[in-house]
Design a protein around this ligand. Structure first.
Ligand SMILES: Cc1cc2nc3c(=O)[nH]c(=O)nc-3n(C[C@H](O)[C@H](O)[C@H](O)COP(=O)(O)O)c2cc1C
Length: 287
């Protein structure tokens, strides 16, 4: 699991310093050794070693990518120009960009490095159309049946559009990505959102349109058969959905959002709270 090239090791101890699991220590020869039980496979030791002396979990330093310095203005422009795309070309994305998008997902961070996300792609428009027709058909049926109407409340105001045959949920997207987590993942509610956020930015940097899809996530919740269709493993819960594909719209400029509330906390801001305030804040935080 852990190999050191003694010729290359300069005994700097950076791998030990950066091991958050404290799984590494020097032996008598000042060579790092590992306690495998503690290691949680984050590979920081491999990444930090200045001489590439260290292999871990079967990963060799020569197979890692180089790190380039990025242009922060370009990254900020990507963040600002990201949009929710609701118009797509009815065609498959080329396989090169599809593969790049899939591969990128292996690099998204997860809490405690619990590397067990599941990504279900609909990467073929024919499959997407089958999925779309099934879901839309079911919704139209349920919106016209009284008892189910209450559950489908979310869609009632779109009834006319559904009956018109508008693709209210999937926006005509040729592709969809569903991310799921094991229900016991330490950060089950956060990891999937991080993954989709990275996916969205990388996709849009390659001119692939994306749209977060709360509607589709709701459908996954109320139509359990969809999880089987998407091959989501047992013990996993579908967390969120992103539509994507070649956009059929082009944005000429960024938007100018209303600012959020952003505060800088100053020293000595701790206030004496009454018991009632403490209790209220406690339960508010638990929500
Ligand atoms: C968590 C989340 C869920 C969303 N769900 C949907 C959706 O179901 N359908 C849709 O058309 N847009 C959806 N959106 C897109 C938002 O409506 C969109 O972000 C907002 O209108 C601002 O537009 P922009 O993303 O282009 O800045 C969702 C966005 C987020 C972040």
């Amino acid at each position: 699991m852990f190999e050191i090239d003694k010729e290359k090791c300069i005994h700097c101890g950076q791998c030990i310093r950066d091991c958050s699991a404290r799984a590494l220590e020097f032996n008598d020869e000042k060579i790092p050794v590992i306690n495998e039980d503690k290691c949680f496979k984050c590979q920081h030791c491999l990444a930090v070693c200045p001489t590439g002396a260290l292999s871990v979990c079967g990963k060799k330093p020569e197979n890692s990518d180089k790190i380039y310095s990025q242009d922060p203005e370009m990254i900020l422009n990507l963040i600002k120009s990201r949009r929710s795309y609701r118009h797509y070309k009815a065609q498959n994305l080329d396989s090169e960009r599809m593969e790049k998008l899939k591969n990128m997902l292996n690099w998204v961070p997860t809490g405690c490095n619990f590397h067990k996300l599941h990504f279900a792609f609909i990467d073929d428009i024919e499959v997407m159309n089958e999925f779309r027709d099934y879901v839309n058909g079911k919704i139209v049926k349920s919106l016209t049946k009284k008892p189910v109407q209450a559950i489908m409340d979310k869609f009632n105001k779109h009834l006319k559009s559904f009956l018109n045959g508008d693709d209210v949920i999937f926006r005509g997207a040729p592709h969809m990505l569903v991310v799921s987590t094991p229900v016991n993942a330490p950060c089950y509610n956060v990891d999937p959102m991080i993954a989709l956020s990275y996916f969205e930015l990388y996709a849009q940097s390659m001119n692939v349109g994306t749209c977060w899809c709360g509607f589709a996530q709701f459908c996954l919740m109320v139509m359990p058969e969809l999880s089987d269709y998407l091959q989501i493993p047992k013990g996993y819960k579908a967390s969120y959905v992103m539509l994507f594909g070649d956009p059929d719209i082009k944005y000429a400029r960024t938007v100018q959002p209303e600012p959020f509330e952003i505060v800088s906390v100053k020293k000595g801001e701790f206030k004496k709270q009454g018991l009632k305030d403490k209790i209220l804040r406690f339960f508010w935080n638990l929500r």
